[in-house]
Ligand binder design. Structure first.
Ligand SMILES: NC(=O)c1ccc[n+]([C@@H]2O[C@H](COP(=O)([O-])OP(=O)(O)OC[C@H]3O[C@@H](n4cnc5c(N)ncnc54)[C@H](OP(=O)(O)O)[C@@H]3O)[C@@H](O)[C@H]2O)c1
Length: 395
């Protein structure tokens, strides 16, 4: 009975969404969106220059319109990823020019279709990758980066899904070939990618997951990871106490003094995947010292040792695969598999918290402070929570 009720509520919500999208598309929008009064304008988070949190603010921007092959999406929720902190700091390779609208993924409702788009309709509920510009009320992105949301999935979950789960899936199954009985080490196990890795590992029988995370997260994530260590512990020693010959797969998103340690932990024929450089973030702005230190450590890896020791070292960077290396078709296939796993209730994004666009600084601070368990979401329709006089920050 309760299920029937919730199904009806979902159906109604979907119909309202479709109506709102059609109204907006026809210019007669009476929906309750907190949109700018001028239909040619929208609210968006703006990064005015690279640096600290004070470089972020919400501003009015010109409403984008879809080009050929693109979809226009009325955004409901956006994913906030660690890479967004690095973009804000200018801590990435070839940073684009500022000012810019940050953000690489969102969920929402299709409001218009560019020429020659097939397979989508106005009113479809979708999640999408965007090459920047996701943190706005409206985005346009090529249809190849857009995926329909399963009926059971809400907008927050959908905004938490693509980046974390595609990254985790590609590394485990496309790069490392995870199979029954293997073992995996993952850092930041309580974060967005970390939790996606843990859930996908649990779809394969008998996989042992070793994870590192700040200690206060252990109680919350203990059921998803076989062996948890504090992020400051000597994880090489800890893993070896349990598994003397190490692990089959090391997923390293830290990049830095740990590269050699992680490689040393691999079993013969094991795979080490470097996919992030969180260690480069040591404060609110870019640190040239940690940047140099991280790359110095990586360059100390000796390729000749790799064949002598039967080890595989690999790199993975989803955004380049999507936006520079034209692998949108491959990723679409992976998304289909992930949506099937979601529908089978084998995976489910873990959402840490929801924030208004105006709260983007506080949301980012939560990641800087290592406070998140799962993914942070910017909820476009959420009103900022008023601050009490005692908690008003000085910036
Ligand atoms: N290559 C790719 O395609 C790709 C795609 C997505 C993400 N990534 C990378 O994967 C990693 C995880 O990304 P995510 O978006 O899921 O973020 P996340 O894990 O939710 O990031 C936040 C967590 O990272 C840990 N952390 C490690 N170093 C940190 C530092 N210097 N400052 C603050 N927190 C730090 C903290 O957890 P603990 O304190 O518990 O360790 C923190 O709670 C990042 O390195 C990201 O760049 C790569």
């Amino acid at each position: 009975m309760a299920k029937e009720g919730s199904e009806k509520a979902e159906e109604t919500e979907k119909m309202i969404d479709q109506e709102a999208a059609k109204e907006a598309a026809e210019g007669s929008g009476s929906s309750s969106l907190r949109a700018a009064a001028d239909p040619k304008e929208m609210r968006a988070v703006l990064l005015s220059g690279f640096g600290g949190l004070n470089k972020l603010r919400v501003a009015k921007k010109v409403m984008p319109e879809p080009q050929e092959g693109e979809l226009k999406i009325r955004v409901k929720a956006c994913g906030l990823n660690f890479i967004d902190l690095m973009v804000r700091q200018g801590n990435i390779d070839n940073p684009p020019k500022t000012p810019l609208i940050p953000g690489f993924e969102c969920s929402g409702i299709i409001e218009a279709l560019g020429e020659s788009v097939k397979g989508f309709e106005i009113g479809d509920r979708v999640m999408a990758f965007v090459n920047y510009n996701a943190w706005a009320e409206v985005v346009c992105t090529p249809a190849e980066f857009v995926y329909k949301i399963p009926d059971d999935m809400g907008y927050s979950e959908a905004a938490a899904f693509p980046m974390n789960f595609v990254t985790a899936y590609m590394m485990l199954f496309e790069v490392a070939n995870l199979r029954e009985g293997m073992s995996v080490l993952v850092h930041s196990a309580g974060g967005g990618v970390g939790q996606a890795v843990a859930q996908l590992c649990s779809t394969i029988p008998n996989v042992t997951i070793f994870g590192t995370a700040s200690s206060f997260k252990h109680e919350a994530i203990k059921d998803s990871v076989t062996h948890l260590f504090d992020r400051n512990a000597d994880y090489v020693q800890e893993v070896k106490k349990i598994s003397l010959d190490g692990v089959d797969i090391v997923l390293d998103c830290l990049c830095g003094e740990n590269t050699g340690k992680g490689l040393g932990l691999l079993k013969p024929l094991g795979t080490y995947i470097l996919y992030g450089s969180s260690n480069m973030v040591t404060g609110e702005t870019k640190s040239f010292f940690s940047f140099a230190k991280s790359w110095w450590q990586v360059e100390k890896v000796n390729p000749i040792k790799l064949y002598e020791e039967n080890k595989v070292i690999a790199g993975f960077y989803l955004l380049n695969l999507l936006f520079k290396q034209n692998r949108g078709g491959l990723i679409k296939g992976i998304m289909d598999k992930l949506i099937t796993l979601y529908n089978e209730k084998k995976i489910k994004p873990l959402v840490d918290s929801l924030w208004a666009l105006e709260e983007v600084k506080e949301a980012m601070q939560r990641i800087h402070d290592r406070g998140n368990i799962g993914k942070l979401i910017l909820d476009v329709e959420k009103a900022p929570t008023p601050l009490s006089s005692s908690s008003v920050p000085f910036y």
